[in-house]
Design a protein. Structure first.
Length: 286
DNA sequence: ATAGGCGCCTGCTGGC
DNA sequence: TGCCAGCAGGCGCCTA
């Protein structure tokens, strides 16, 4: 933050997002005033009220390095900084990430409105949360991954949050009791706060801005732990395919119905209704 | 309007 | 040892 952009270089390969890179010359000389985040989108506020919005996709890295640092393969964008010594680099092996130039605050607002992002996970209003859960027959795994419900939860944190909340990922939103819904909301906050403290999770590619790997993967309870003993009860962690994604959970600690009888459901479904269970796809995944 | 499936990419791993 | 199918942190488009 505070640096000016001296030059911009892009690779020939295109990423997600708008194909045009005509804005490249336009941001030269602009100062990076602030950097913030909305869901999984990283926003750079430039002078003249312009914005650059980055998404890391699956394998994106956004780092600041000394300019003489050898350029790694799959580096798609390089922003030389005006101190003359450093570069901001965007590397993305799979190219599911994106860089988007937005020319005004209004354009930025529109960008996020089009994506209909839900609230930030740290400030989800309780009434809203209940409403979104009770109104859906989708399984919780699909709901947590839906960025219009809550912005910023991905596959790792969905699995970890459901484990902490002791709720099966196959349950549907409207099957939850009020108490379970609140437990899940708190679990998401707990997991994300802890993961941020540990600077994210590195499975293969991810590094933070300084190039340092995250450490939250050392605290995974279920994600990627297929066959390992559950840290709570010792039963083997299972992996199923849900909402098209690998889903890790403990069948004993995350039961498919409320643990205590007689609790009020958010929705109108009968407790544990079979047809309200999510379909589990057959797959060799995990 | 909603929900599910698939395509986009490249690299790596495990099974044969 | 080499080949190849299948899988991986996500999103957006299409269809039913």
């Amino acid at each position: 933050m505070g640096r000016r952009i001296r030059s911009v270089t892009s690779s020939a390969k295109r990423l997600r997002g708008p194909a045009s890179t005509a804005w490249k010359t336009h941001v030269i000389g602009r100062r990076i005033n602030s950097i913030w985040r909305r869901g999984k989108w990283i926003v750079f506020d430039l002078t003249s009220s312009e914005h650059l919005v980055f998404h890391l996709g699956m394998t994106g890295r956004l780092t600041v390095v000394r300019k003489e640092t050898p350029v790694e393969s799959h580096t798609h964008w390089r922003f030389a900084l005006a101190n003359g010594r450093q570069e901001l680099r965007f590397r993305d092996v799979r190219r599911f990430g994106s860089v988007t130039y937005l020319k005004s605050p209004q354009a930025l607002d529109r960008f996020f409105e089009e994506r209909r992002l839900g609230p930030e996970p740290f400030s989800v209003p309780l009434a809203y949360w209940h409403q979104r859960l009770l109104s859906t027959k989708r399984c919780l795994k699909a709901v947590l991954l839906d960025q219009t419900v809550v912005a910023g939860v991905g596959n790792i944190y969905a699995d970890e949050s459901l484990f902490i909340a002791r709720i099966s990922p196959t349950r549907t939103g409207r099957q939850l009791t009020l108490e379970e819904a609140e437990r899940l909301r708190r679990a998401i906050v707990e997991v994300l706060r802890r993961a941020i403290t540990r600077r994210g999770a590195t499975i293969r590619d991810y590094v933070g801005g300084s190039g340092r790997e995250g450490e939250y993967q050392r605290e995974f309870r279920v994600y990627g732990q297929t066959g390992a003993p559950c840290p709570r009860c010792g039963r083997r962690i299972e992996c199923i395919r849900l909402a098209g994604r690998s889903t890790h959970f403990c069948r004993r600690c995350q039961p498919t119905r409320p643990q205590r009888k007689g609790q009020r459901l958010i929705g109108t479904e009968h407790e544990g209704s079979q047809q309200d269970q999510c379909r589990i796809e057959h797959s060799n995944a995990c």
